[in-house]
Design a protein around this ligand. Structure first.
Ligand code: ZN
Ligand code: ZN
Length: 483
């Protein structure tokens, strides 16, 4: 009780004099234009099902399918209904459906058409709002194979997004898929939109070495210049650094290792000028701590959940679906200090049972970061405090994970019920959250729970888990997966 009063007082105190702004962060819409609720075969209900059993597809979608148009539209209208006049909208990509037969269901024209329709829907509802779109790995054909130096697809997308770009941003985006802009109403604060698809290890148009599109060099010079001018920078993109967090058959890092290291090094070197980092691609609600060389927190990557409820096909993941989510971030417009976010969501199973004419009214508030996690703001220091408390508690004794971890685990699937998160699940989640670098992640995974009392005791269950984990690791290999 005192904690709540204290938080309230802190909030009131900080609110005084702060120039508060809000922006939406939306991501991973993955429109499946083939979605057909009343079809009988899974592939006819949605090709994004990959043939998986679909017992009761609903009007707003299904947990094994990408989003039907009704869901996409309801999410955008829900944004308008909940907070109609944001300072801007950050949109971190992935518009097309997942399919194993992309030449049949997609193709260049179809990909461009889908991006055009989703862009048009956002522009139609928010005609005056500045939008910062980022390119997702699914915003290309073939998916993820985005070459440096531009392409006809990139040109088509740049032309589509032209009304949202300054002249310089348009030119940079058309050439390499990244750009920077001043935040609305500012001549100081910068939104840097990355094309992190250049570092994604599924992208065979690059080879894991060098500096594709000279993007690292561009990042460094932009951050140096911002520091020299005392400006602040938000960094956003689609594919994030670090590892996927769902328990699976793999230890799945997204970037080629060399690019992961270089990216993290740049962030470390310029941590003071970076005021926030926002990514998508996971479809889950999670975050990543980036440490400095001394092991202290340098930055935090906030990963927003997707609009698509689609269950990942990553091998070994059980129940990898999520409810559709949209995120409203609260910040200080003068300093870019990150204050809080409100997560909104659609309980898809429940919403499919409703017969509302306007499904946007079915979107509900899920949680606020500060009150749910008992943190004072959403800066890297606060996330690090949360992450280390969770890791310390869960690692010392899985059954003694703090209540914040239980809350986190519910939110990571956007309140879709994935069952309890036992020791293996805790390890996957917390190693991914706290270790973005390969060496630290591998060590966390290999040595989870092998500290303190647990190792000193002759806990049979602990040994069985350890041996199973070693056997499991030895069978791991890199998956060709799609997210
Ligand atoms: Zn995606
Ligand atoms: Zn993606």
């Amino acid at each position: 009780m005192f904690g709540n009063w204290y938080l309230l007082l802190v909030t009131l105190f900080v609110a005084e004099g702060a120039n508060i702004g809000r922006f939406w962060h939306i991501t991973d819409h993955h429109w499946d234009p083939y979605y057909s609720q009343n079809a009988t075969e899974p592939m006819k209900i949605c090709p994004s099902s990959y043939g998986r059993h679909i017992p009761d597809a609903g009007p707003l979608g299904d947990y094994k399918c990408d989003a039907p148009w009704t869901l996409i539209q309801s999410s955008i209208h829900a944004m308008k209904r909940i907070y109609p006049d944001p300072d801007f909208i950050l949109w971190t990509g992935d518009d097309t459906l997942h399919t194993g037969e992309q030449d049949f269901y997609l193709g260049k024209e179809k990909v461009i058409e889908i991006i055009g329709n989703v862009s048009g829907a956002i522009r139609g509802v928010f005609p005056e709002t500045p939008i910062f779109p980022a390119l997702g790995n699914h915003d290309y054909h073939p998916k993820s194979q985005i070459p440096p130096g531009g392409s006809d697809i990139l040109t088509a997308i740049a032309d589509m997004w032209r009304p949202w770009f300054s002249d310089t941003a348009y030119d940079t985006f058309k050439r390499e898929g990244f750009y920077k802009e001043y935040l609305p109403g500012s001549t100081q604060h910068i939104m840097m939109i990355l094309n992190s698809n250049f570092w994604y290890d599924s992208n065979k148009a690059v080879n894991g070495s060098g500096d594709p599109g000279m993007e690292f060099q561009w990042m460094e010079s932009t951050l140096q210049e911002a520091a020299a001018n005392s400006h602040k920078v938000y960094i956003a993109g689609h594919v994030p650094p670090g590892y996927f967090e769902m328990p699976s058959d793999y230890r799945k890092r997204w970037f080629y290792n060399h690019y992961n290291q270089r990216f993290l090094q740049i962030i470390r070197e310029h941590k003071d000028v970076i005021a926030g980092m926002f990514f998508g691609h996971h479809h889950s609600d999670t975050f990543r701590i980036i440490k400095d060389s001394a092991g202290s927190v340098a930055q935090c990557v906030l990963i927003a959940p997707g609009v698509t409820p689609w269950a990942t096909t990553l091998g070994g993941v059980v129940n990898g679906s999520n409810n559709p989510g949209i995120r409203l971030i609260e910040y200080d417009k003068d300093t870019l200090h990150l204050r809080d976010y409100s997560q909104y969501y659609l309980d898809l199973a429940a919403a499919n049972q409703e017969s509302q004419t306007d499904p946007s009214s079915l979107w509900k508030h899920e949680y606020n970061a500060t009150s749910t996690y008992n943190i004072t703001d959403i800066t890297p220091q606060s996330w690090e405090q949360l992450a280390s408390t969770m890791r310390k508690g869960c690692e010392s004794n899985g059954s003694a994970c703090p209540s914040t971890f239980t809350a986190y685990h519910k939110m990571t699937s956007v309140s879709y019920d994935t069952g309890a998160c036992e020791v293996r699940c805790q390890k996957f989640q917390l190693c991914a959250i706290t270790e973005a670098e390969t060496e630290g992640y591998e060590s966390c995974m290999d040595n989870w729970g092998n500290h303190g009392e647990r190792m000193r005791s002759s806990n049979l269950a602990g040994w069985i888990i350890l041996i199973a984990s070693i056997l499991h690791t030895s069978l791991s290999f890199i998956a060709n997966i799609s997210t």
